[in-house]
Design a protein around this ligand. Structure first.
Ligand code: F6P
Length: 547
C-alpha cells in the first residue's frame, strides 16, 4: 500500500501549504467576494462556515483528491457494513448501528446487529418508563428520585455531556448525577445529600474491569447496605451497562438488570447505546430516540453527500490541513452556548483517544504530525481568560466556534450579547488590526506621540487565525445528535486520511498497569526496585508522610 507521503495529492498539499503561509486570510476574502458561498455549507439545523481557513479552491480540490486517493468512501462503506476496521483489536466499528433508525439489517458474524440493538432499546424503554413513572421502587418501596451514574471516560463523558446539554429538556422526573473520579471526594459529595432508599445506581463500564469504576461501585454498595442492612436491596438499587455480563453478575448485579453493549462499540462512541441510559432517564425515552434520529440523519449525510458538500469530511480535511500541513498543533473548541459546556471535554476524549497516535496501520512511525491537541471552554469564559493567547501569541491555534440561533433560555437579550461576541471573535481572529490602524486609532483618541510609540506594537493583532463556525438552530435532542455524529465522522475520516488506527487506545494501558503495581506498593511496606529515581523518591516521600 502506498504510504500517504508518496501520494501526489499529499506532495502537492505540502507545496500548497508552503505557498499559502505567506497569504493573509484578509487577502483571500479580498480576492474572492464569493468566498463565503464557496466555503460554507447549509445542512438541516446547521450552517457550517469554513471560509475563515487558510485554504483556496486549489487546496480544497487537492484535499478532496487526497480523500479519493486514500479511498475514504471505500473505508466508510467498510465501517457501515460491519467490516473489522478496528485493525489491532480485530473488531467491527458499529456505533452507527446503534442509531440506525432505518432499521435495515446489519449483519455481523451471521447475526443481525440491528435486532440486537432494538432489543436493548426496548429493554431501556421499559426500564425508563418504570423509573420515571415511579413504578420501579427501592427496597423500602419508595419511588426513585435520584440516579447516580458511575463510570469513567466513554462511560461518563458522552452521557454527562448530553445530559448537561439537554437540561432544558428534562422534566425532572428524576435527578441525574455522575461519578467518574476515583478521588473519594466526588462520590462523597454526590451521595451526601441523597437518601439511599431513593437512589438508583447505574454502573456503566464496557469492560467491567476499570478500577476507578469498580472502586466507586463498591463504595456505593457499602453506602446502600449501611442503610438497608440487607443484601437483597442491591437488586432494587443497582443496574449495570456492560459488554462483560459475567463480571457484572459476579459483582452482584441481577442478570435482568444488566443492559448489554458490544465489543463493536468503542467506549468513546457509546452514548447511543444503553450507556446513554442516564440521558433517557432524564429526558424520557422518546427524546432519547430523537437524539438517535439526529445522529442517524448525520450518518446519512456522511454516507451520501459528495465530499465537497460533506460536513464531516470537510471538517476532517481542514483539520488535517491545519495540523499536518500548516503545522498548527493545537485546536480549540469554543462553544457559545451554555448547554455545550462539556463539549470540549467530550471531544478531547473522542479526538485524542482516537487519533492521538504516531504509527500507521502497519505499525510504522509516520513522518507527519497526526492530530492537534484539543482543548477549550465556553467562549465567553474563555474570552476573559485565554483568548489573549488566541489573538496575540506566536502559536496559532485554529478554533471551532459553535453557537445557536435560538437560545434555550428565555432571556433573549442575553443571547444577543452572547452572539455579538461570537461573531466578533472570529472576525477579530481573522482580520486582526495592523500597526497603522492602531496608531490612527490612538491618535484619534488624542494620545500623545510618545504614548503612541510605546504602546502601538502591543496592540497589534496580526489576525490570520483560522476558525470554523458551526451555527446551530437550537440545542435539542435532534441537533445535539447531529453535532456529535458530525465530530465522530470527522474523527473517522481524519484517521483514514492519516492512516491511523482510530478505534483502539493502547496508549492508556501502560499507566494503568503501573498504577496497579504502585497501589500494591502504597498498601504495603515493600518498595519496588523498578522505578526511576524520581518516581521512587516521590513514592517514598508520600509513604513517609501519608497517614
Ligand atoms: O482507559 C481508557 C478507557 O478504556 C476508555 O477508552 C473508556 O471509555 C474508559 O477507559 C472506560 O472504560 P470502561 O467503560 O470499560 O470502564
Amino acid at each position: 500500500m502506498t504510504s500517504r507521503t508518496q501520494l501526489n495529492s499529499w506532495k502537492k498539499l505540502q507545496s500548497l501549504a508552503e505557498d499559502i503561509k505567506s497569504t493573509h486570510l484578509n487577502q483571500l476574502f479580498e480576492q474572492n467576494p464569493d468566498r463565503f458561498d464557496n466555503f460554507s455549507l447549509k445542512l438541516d439545523n446547521m450552517l457550517f462556515d469554513y471560509s475563515k481557513n487558510l485554504i483556496n479552491q486549489e487546496i480544497l480540490d487537492t484535499l478532496i483528491e487526497l480523500a479519493n486517493d486514500v479511498q475514504l468512501s471505500h473505508w466508510r462503506e467498510k465501517m457501515f457494513n460491519a467490516e473489522r476496521i478496528n485493525l489491532t483489536e480485530n473488531r467491527a466499528v458499529l456505533h452507527t448501528a446503534l442509531r440506525n433508525r432505518s432499521l435495515s439489517p446489519i449483519m455481523l458474524d451471521g447475526e443481525n446487529v440491528t435486532e440486537q440493538v432494538e432489543a436493548q432499546l426496548e429493554k431501556m424503554k421499559g426500564f425508563v418508563q418504570q423509573v420515571r413513572q415511579g413504578s420501579w421502587l427501592g427496597y423500602s418501596n419508595k419511588r426513585i428520585t435520584d440516579i447516580v451514574n458511575i463510570g469513567v471516560g466513554g462511560s461518563n463523558l458522552g452521557p454527562q455531556m448530553v445530559t448537561e446539554a439537554l437540561k432544558h429538556e428534562s422534566d425532572q422526573s428524576v435527578n441525574v448525577h455522575y461519578v467518574s473520579n476515583v478521588d473519594g471526594t466526588q462520590i462523597s459529595e454526590v451521595l451526601a445529600p441523597l437518601n439511599p432508599e431513593k437512589v438508583l445506581f447505574i454502573i456503566s463500564s464496557k469492560t467491567f474491569t476499570t478500577t476507578e469504576t469498580i472502586t466507586n461501585a463498591n463504595t456505593a454498595v457499602a453506602w446502600l447496605l449501611n442503610k438497608s442492612q440487607d443484601k437483597a436491596s442491591i437488586a432494587k438499587h443497582f443496574v449495570a451497562v456492560t459488554a462483560n455480563k459475567e463480571n457484572a453478575m459476579k459483582f452482584g448485579i441481577d442478570g435482568d438488570s444488566i443492559f448489554s453493549m458490544w465489543d463493536w462499540v468503542g467506549g468513546r462512541f457509546s452514548l447511543w447505546s444503553a450507556i446513554g441510559l442516564p440521558i433517557a432517564l432524564d429526558i424520557g425515552f422518546e427524546k432519547f430516540i430523537q437524539l438517535l434520529e439526529g445522529a442517524h440523519e448525520m450518518d446519512e449525510h456522511f454516507k451520501h453527500a459528495p465530499f465537497d458538500q460533506n460536513a464531516p469530511v470537510l471538517l476532517a480535511l481542514i483539520s488535517l490541513f491545519n495540523c499536518t500541513f500548516l503545522g498548527f498543533k493545537s485546536q480549540a473548541i469554543l462553544p457559545y452556548d451554555q448547554s455545550l459546556h462539556m463539549l470540549s471535554a467530550y471531544l478531547q476524549q473522542a479526538e485524542m483517544e482516537s487519533n492521538g497516535k504516531s504509527v500507521n496501520w502497519h505499525g510504522e512511525q509516520v513522518p507527519y504530525a497526526t492530530v492537534a491537541s484539543i482543548w477549550g471552554e465556553l467562549g465567553i469564559n474563555g474570552q476573559h481568560a485565554f483568548y489573549q493567547y488566541l489573538h496575540q501569541s506566536n502559536n496559532v491555534v485554529p478554533a471551532d466556534f459553535i453557537g445557536s440561533i435560538e437560545p434555550v433560555s428565555g432571556l433573549k437579550h442575553h443571547h444577543t450579547t452572547l452572539m455579538a461576541n461570537f461573531f466578533a471573535q472570529t472576525q477579530a481572529l481573522m482580520t486582526g488590526v495592523n500597526e497603522q490602524q492602531v496608531r490612527q486609532d490612538l491618535k484619534a483618541k488624542g494620545r500623545v506621540q510618545q504614548v503612541i510609540d510605546k504602546i502601538a506594537p502591543h496592540k497589534v493583532h496580526e489576525g490570520n487565525r483560522p476558525t470554523n463556525t458551526l451555527l446551530m438552530s437550537k440545542i435539542t435532542p435532534h441537533t445535539i445528535g447531529q453535532l456529535i455524529a458530525l465530530y465522530e465522522h470527522k474523527i473517522f475520516s481524519q484517521g483514514i486520511l492519516l492512516q491511523i488506527c482510530s478505534f483502539d487506545q493502547w496508549g492508556v494501558e501502560l499507566g494503568k498497569g503501573l498504577a496497579a503495581n504502585i497501589e500494591d506498593e502504597l498498601n504495603s511496606d515493600s518498595s519496588c526496585a523498578d522505578h526511576d529515581g524520581s518516581t521512587a523518591n516521590l513514592i517514598k516521600h508520600y509513604k513517609a508522610l501519608a497517614s
